[in-house]
Design a protein around this ligand. Structure first.
Ligand code: PLP
Length: 401
């Protein structure tokens, strides 16, 4: 079966990597960029950079317009309704830290924060540290054998002390969509705030934050084919009003004297200092590019490629998959083979995959694993990429076993 990608030529780095004999299959870590993004960055820098929201001059007005246009595009991408609910950060990690500091006053000692057993460190450590600062209890929702958050256990653990639920939409290790609808309903019934880590989920399909009904949704531009250094925090108006300011500096202030200051509301009140202007404009151009693709063809391509990867791995002896991956990626271990040795031999053959704990150490420990290999896919990958991976895998396993 052949699975070609009609969008491959839109990403110049793929051809460049191929000239270096590299097959890039580490897309859950970061993605290659479309020409549309490179053009937008070159256009911005070649036509006059300027700071946003402060200058009266023409370059400043142009930059501010393009920056705010990107905010609208992100709002549309997420169906946020009003793009005033979109805050730009420096990544998903900084958005989650913003929340863990900005919501600190919301908690009293003994209150509970719920996360799940599969969280990336970015959606674990900010809450763990907040719990330590404020004397809170961090509860961890367990997983079922398929790698989904266990709904029955959740119904027992989500209770009147639950003040916040923060869970991932799509696991970066297990590749499984999490049961957000029942989880959010349970949390809301207890009056808890809800935070969705969309860092992986946002890359696959379109998601509607109004339909999801979460209070906050975060993601990183660089995993969604956009530039790095840019993150997005969506927050419902009411939830954003609850946030305290946490970083202070230029452009987030309403009025200041030496001893006191008052601050702007979201979004600008949470974008202290010069934001990543080119990156935000680039993200807007990337979303324009993505919005122009046939979404149905895209989902079919992703599904076909994922099935190809799954079948190829399942056809080989001694390979154990982690969970029941549904989309985008597969993590696996090989009986009797250390993941670092296998990763080394794959690297030597020009296959770029990820090995190790995938920034989810507690999950790996709970699975009794030191690490795993993860192959993760993007819209520009094709079955030839996977054939090269399988060939390299067979060679490596022949040497190692
Ligand atoms: C599920 C998940 N959450 C959060 C992050 C953190 O993203 P960033 O490093 O871009 O802030 C990642 C990155 O791998 C992730 O996979």
């Amino acid at each position: 079966m052949l699975v070609p990608s009609p969008w491959r030529a839109d990403f110049p780095a793929i051809a460049a990597l191929q000239r270096q004999d590299q097959t890039y299959l580490d897309n859950a870590a970061t993605t290659q960029k479309p020409q549309a993004l490179l053009d937008a960055l070159a256009h911005y820098y070649a036509n006059g950079a300027a700071n946003v929201h402060r200058a009266q001059h023409l370059p400043g007005a142009h930059a501010t317009q393009a920056f705010e246009d990107s905010r609208s595009k992100v709002g549309q991408w997420l169906n946020a309704g009003d793009s005033g609910q979109i805050v730009f950060t420096h990544g998903a990690t900084s958005a989650l830290n913003l929340l863990a500091y900005g919501l600190e006053h919301h908690f009293s000692p003994g209150d509970e924060i719920l996360i799940s057993a599969l969280e990336h460190h970015a959606n674990l450590l900010p809450w763990q540290q907040l719990a330590q600062r404020r004397g809170l209890k961090l509860q961890v929702l367990p997983l079922d054998p398929d790698g989904l958050i266990d709904i029955n256990a959740a119904s027992r653990l989500i209770g009147p002390r639950t003040r916040l639920l923060a869970v991932s939409q799509l696991s970066n290790v297990l590749g499984a969509w999490q049961p957000l609808t029942p989880l959010l309903a349970m949390a809301k019934a207890q009056g808890a705030l809800t935070v969705i880590d969309g860092a992986q989920g946002v890359v696959h399909g379109r998601h509607d934050v109004q339909a999801l009904g979460c209070d906050f949704y975060v993601f990183s531009s660089h995993k969604l084919y956009g530039p790095d250094g840019v993150g997005v925090l969506f927050g419902r108006h009411q939830a954003l009003k609850d946030l305290r300011h946490w970083q202070f500096g230029g452009e987030m202030v309403q009025d200041a004297d030496y001893q006191h200051a008052s601050f702007r509301p979201a979004p600008l009140g949470f974008e202290a200092g010069t934001p990543p202007i080119a990156g935000v404009i680039g993200l807007g151009a990337t979303l324009d590019y993505l919005a122009g693709l046939d979404q149905h063809a895209l989902s079919e391509h992703e599904a076909a490629l994922h099935a190809y990867l799954l079948q190829g791995l399942q056809a080989r002896n001694g390979i154990r998959l982690l969970g029941s991956p549904q989309v985008a990626l597969v993590s696996f271990v090989v009986d009797g083979v250390h993941n670092a040795d296998l990763a080394h031999l794959l690297t030597e053959q020009g296959i770029a995959v990820r090995a190790g704990h995938h920034c989810a150490m507690p999950l790996m420990k709970s699975l009794g694993l030191a690490g795993a290999i993860r192959v993760s896919l993007a819209l520009y990958n094709d079955s030839e990429d996977l054939e090269r991976f399988f060939e390299a895998l067979d060679q490596a396993l022949e040497l190692l076993r």
